[in-house]
Every structure is written in structure tokens, then in C-alpha cells.
Design a protein. Structure first.
Length: 350
């Protein structure tokens, strides 16, 4: 793509809808497509700012399919701001468990407390005011304000940015992208228009090969997919770890051994997980290599070898095999890491 100098930007923007009837036709085409083809998602059936806020935070860096169940369960536990503000942090993290990026849950909790203390449990109705709340940045503020309160303010996420770059054929700078998004926004339906742009990026103008043949706004697109694409260099690291899945019968209540991560750990602080080590275990008669999992956390892809004890026999293969015996029926109430949840589920324990 060309460099973002102002002449190039002006020239290429002329190819995408600029003003007047052309822009109206573009908006109609996009909104009509959205009305007919949008995915049926629970947060699209509400104007409740709490539910919209929750969905926006959960969807950051997480796929829609992974969010659906968590969204429902979280709302069952904390149906409104007041319930979330009154909960303990451990309860909030337990409900968040499996979604990753736990800082989001802590900020959500902090923000709920702020809303109750400073706003009587209600939400400010403009993007400018919403942005003063903890954990709510420009994107989330604009999403809540436009969807819940119909404020004509545009959102830019990764999907919108890609659509606009392809439409204009210009590597827009961040301020130019926000300006462009605001300039084409349909003020009569700002929430739907914003969601339509994001939906277009998520389902049609996708990363990799865009599906231009079924694109509702192809007519206004300067590139129609003809954008040179270079594969981004992988930033992922690879690591190998060993986990101990050790269960015992505790007088009628089955238990599993878990370790709590340090409260000051940079990742998943204070959460519970299976004992683990980055060193392979010494040979051990009771240790059985049970299964190997793949698991990614931020920029690291882990290969996880799980050792499982046989019929209640102790498993002492890992140097880190300390921790506490936790009753299995208590696990839904404590925050556990996504990897631990994955292993316990695979083992039929939860
Ligand atoms: S025509 Fe293709 S590249 Fe242009 S917006 Fe539509 S899907 Fe994206």
C-alpha cells in the first residue's frame, strides 16, 4: 500500500463513498446487508449498556464462539452492575475462568464498583464520559454509547481498520482511520452501522483472502481485495511443560491437587492451576504419561504433557507437586486457569 501522505489519501478516498447520495447508497447497502445477514448473537438483542459493555470486554482478543457460553454464565451469576460490584474478586475471576487475559475481569469489577459508587449503578450516556471509567477506552466507550444510547460516534477495531484500508487502498494512520469511520457513519442508526462495519470485517472482508464476490459494498471499494499482503512474522514462542493431574478420594468427596499462582504474578495472578514444571519429571513408578495438550497463552504456544495418577496412588513426579487438595465440587467457585480447565474437562473431572 502507498505511504499515507495527504495527496494519496485524498485521491484514494475519492474512490470510496465520499458524500451525498453516494454515501447514502453505501450506508443503505451496508445496513440492508447487516439486517439480512448478521449473526444471531445474544448481545445484539439488547440495548442494556451493562450487557453491551460485558460483551465488548469479553470479545477483546477472544473469538465469538469462545465468548458465548461465558457470557451466558457470567450474566446468570452477575445479572447487573450492582451484583457485579458486590461480588468478591475471586467470584468474578471464577466466572471469567477460561477466557484468559484476566486483567479484563479485574478492570470490569473495578469499573462496576465505580459505577455503583459514583453513578448510582447507571451508565453515563456519552462516549466522552464513558471513557473516564476504568478499563473503558475509546473503542469500548464508542461501542456502548452508539449501541445502547444511539450516540452518533464511530468505532474502530481491527475489523473496521482492515475494511477501511481496503476500501480506500491507503495505509491510513490511526487518526485518519477514526476520521474516516466517523465521516461515513450513518447517524440515524449509529449502533447498527458500527456493528455492520465490524460484522463485514469479521465475516466478509476477512484477514487473508477477502470474500469480495459477496461483499455488499464492493462497488465503493478501491482495492476489491487487490492489496499486496505479506504474511506477518510469527511472534509466537514455543515451550514445553509438565503438569500433574492428581486426584484422591477424600472420604466421599473427590479432590484434586491445585496450586495458587502468586498474587503478584504478571499473568493470571492468584488463579489456581495444576502443579506444573518446565523440567521433565524424573522417572517415577506411579507416574503415567496420560495425554499431551497444545495450549497458547499470549505469545507462547505450550506443549503440555500431563501425568495422571492411577487409582488414587500418589504422584510425586514433579518437583512443584505441592499445593492444596481442593474438593472437586468447589472448583466452579474458585478462579482456575484456562489450561487447568481444559485438562480437568478432558479428564471428565469437571
Ligand atoms: S470489496 Fe473486498 S476488499 Fe473491498 S471491502 Fe468488500 S470484501 Fe473488503
Amino acid at each position: 500500500m502507498p505511504a499515507p501522505n495527504s495527496i494519496a489519501v485524498e485521491t484514494r478516498l475519492a474512490a470510496s463513498p465520499a458524500s451525498g447520495r453516494d454515501l447514502s447508497a453505501f450506508r443503505r447497502a451496508l445496513l440492508g446487508w447487516y439486517d439480512r445477514h448478521r449473526r444471531d448473537l445474544p448481545w445484539r438483542k439488547t440495548r442494556d449498556p451493562y450487557r453491551i459493555w460485558l460483551s465488548e470486554i469479553m470479545l477483546q482478543q477472544t473469538r465469538v464462539a469462545a465468548v458465548l457460553d461465558h457470557y451466558r454464565i457470567f450474566l446468570e451469576r452477575f445479572p447487573n452492575v450492582q451484583a457485579l460490584a458486590a461480588a468478591s474478586e475471586d467470584d468474578v475471576l471464577a466466572a471469567w475462568s477460561g477466557l484468559g487475559y484476566y486483567r479484563r475481569a479485574r478492570m470490569l469489577h473495578r469499573c462496576a464498583k465505580d459505577l455503583v459508587q459514583a453513578h448510582g449503578g447507571g451508565f453515563p450516556q456519552t462516549a466522552g464520559e464513558l471513557q473516564t471509567l476504568p478499563g473503558i477506552g475509546r473503542y469500548t466507550a464508542a461501542a456502548i454509547a452508539s449501541i445502547a444510547f444511539a450516540e452518533p460516534v464511530a468505532v474502530v477495531d481491527g475489523n473496521v481498520e482492515r475494511v477501511l484500508q481496503r476500501q480506500t487502498g491507503v495505509n491510513l494512520t490511526t487518526p485518519q482511520t477514526w476520521q474516516r469511520a466517523q465521516a461515513i457513519l450513518a447517524n440515524s442508526r449509529p449502533g447498527d452501522f458500527n456493528q455492520a462495519m465490524m460484522e463485514l470485517g469479521a465475516t466478509v472482508c476477512v484477514p487473508g483472502e477477502p470474500r469480495c464476490l459477496v461483499c455488499p459494498v464492493r462497488k465503493w471499494c478501491a482495492t476489491q481485495g487487490e492489496v499486496p499482503r505479506a504474511a506477518p512474522p510469527s511472534r509466537q514462542k514455543k515451550e514445553e511443560i509438565w503438569c500433574a493431574l492428581e486426584c484422591r478420594d477424600g472420604n466421599g468427596t473427590d479432590k484434586v491437587r491445585l496450586v495458587q499462582r502468586p498474587k503478584k504474578a504478571s499473568l493470571m495472578a492468584g488463579m489456581w492451576e495444576l502443579p506444573q514444571s518446565s523440567d521433565p519429571p524424573r522417572p517415577w513408578p506411579d507416574a503415567a504419561h496420560w495425554r499431551t495438550f497444545r495450549h497458547s497463552i499470549t505469545v507462547t504456544d505450550y506443549t503440555v504433557h500431563v501425568l495422571r495418577n492411577k487409582s488414587g496412588a500418589p504422584l510425586k513426579a514433579l518437583p512443584a507437586a505441592k499445593g492444596k487438595w481442593i474438593a472437586i465440587d468447589r472448583i466452579p467457585q474458585i478462579p482456575i486457569t484456562g489450561l487447568t480447565r481444559k485438562i480437568l474437562k478432558a479428564g471428565g473431572i469437571i
